[in-house]
Design a protein around this ligand. Structure first.
Ligand code: MRU
Length: 361
């Protein structure tokens, strides 16, 4: 049995119950309430899933792709017409509404786009189309699990024993259906016996690092320390950080990478301190249709997320606030992109295409 298959069969880390399909309903752990409360959202209403995506109760590019797929199934169940053309018109309208919930992570439009394509090309009647949509949603979820395992395996080879690494935002099991991307790489390295420590950036404004990485790392017993985002430079200067690992919401074909706001600062810092900077993401996060990061739509969120924590306001009223949820790191600051196919290197317009076409290392 090769290394990859063995890993898929014997994962070293228990999967996080991020999103599952149970008795005709979607079940999601509510990430907006973690870690203080572990509660689940269970629903058969696609609008509730859509709202959960918008509010970040489910978040992380691969996880919202899977949520979008299951929400499409729920949306299809709402359509009562048995007429194929009527069904498709209504289904496309729901699907487009879903795709628009969060614009940066390409996985959402990628997954919902696959659902639309299947509906359009399926030769059967409406009942059969609905059944096929559910099967495709399960496939998208399983595919995510497998991609995460494969990329964690490739990435873990980059971490040596007794090392310290840094990360931002949450890219673990919570952000995917599998073991995660960047945090999955780190946790996999630890689970396979390497001694390491993770420097976790808190990730302002919504604190995915403080709230979610610490919850996940505690669950797997991986040593970590939490820092505010503004402590990263000092930490890189004072500590021997062997690499920075981050995830991605959308990677342009030239390797420019959109990820949580603060990622670009880390890339600049890593470059200055000569620390390797790796992006870990499945190829479903690569948008081959766009040439560079300039074409990536960056989501802007409510100023309330910056001026409040847990709904407690700590600024005066009526002030101007910057609200981008993501930034774009230029490809030349990225040491390598870890995917399920291996590690892609600069120039990414060539290496990412080779990975897509199966001509990778
Ligand atoms: O706003 P979020 O929490 O959805 O942002 C998530 C990130 O930026 C992640 O790094 C990215 O989606 C990759 S998740 C494996």
């Amino acid at each position: 049995m090769d290394k990859l298959k063995q890993t898929q069969i014997e994962p070293l880390i228990d999967l996080t119950p991020t999103i599952t399909w149970t008795d005709g309903r979607v079940k999601m752990i509510d990430q907006a309430r973690l870690p203080l409360e572990e509660v689940y959202i269970v629903t058969d209403d696609y609008r509730v899933v859509m709202d959960a995506i918008y509010r970040l109760s489910i978040r992380g590019a691969p996880a919202i792709g899977v949520a979008g797929a299951y929400a499409s199934v729920l949306a299809s169940y709402e359509i009562t017409s048995k007429d194929r053309e009527d069904f498709l018109a209504q289904f496309y309208s729901y699907a487009d509404e879903l795709s628009a919930t969060r614009p940066t992570a390409v996985n959402l439009t990628w997954a919902v786009g696959k659902m639309k394509k299947l509906a359009a090309s399926h030769p059967g009647n409406v009942v059969e189309i609905k059944q096929a949509l559910l099967e495709l949603a399960h496939e998208i979820r399983n595919d995510d699990i497998n991609r995460c395992h494969a990329l964690a395996l490739h990435g873990a080879d980059l971490i040596s024993n007794n090392s310290e690494v840094m990360t931002i935002c949450n890219t673990g099991g919570l952000a995917t259906s599998g073991i995660g991307t960047a945090l999955g790489v780190i946790q996999y390295a630890h689970a396979s016996g390497k001694s390491l420590k993770v420097h976790v950036c808190e990730t302002r404004p919504l604190l995915q690092g403080s709230r979610l990485n610490t919850w996940e790392l505690k669950r797997t017993g991986t040593p970590f320390t939490l820092l505010t985002d503004s402590m990263a430079a000092q930490t890189m200067n004072n500590t021997s950080i062997s690499a920075v690992f981050v995830g991605a919401d959308r990677i342009a074909s030239n390797g420019d990478t959109a990820n949580k706001i603060g990622t670009y600062s880390l890339a600049v810092l890593a470059n200055y301190h000569k620390v390797p900077f790796y992006v870990a993401a499945p190829l479903s996060t690569v948008d081959y249709a766009i040439k560079s990061g300039e074409e990536i739509p960056v989501e802007s969120r409510s100023p309330r997320e910056v001026t409040r924590i847990k709904n407690i306001q700590f600024t005066g009223e009526d002030i101007e606030v910057s609200t981008p949820a993501f930034d774009v790191t230029p490809a030349n600051l990225v040491t390598g992109i870890i995917t399920e196919q291996g590690i892609a290197h600069y120039p990414y317009s060539k290496s990412l295409k080779e990975q897509r076409d199966g001509k990778h290392n």
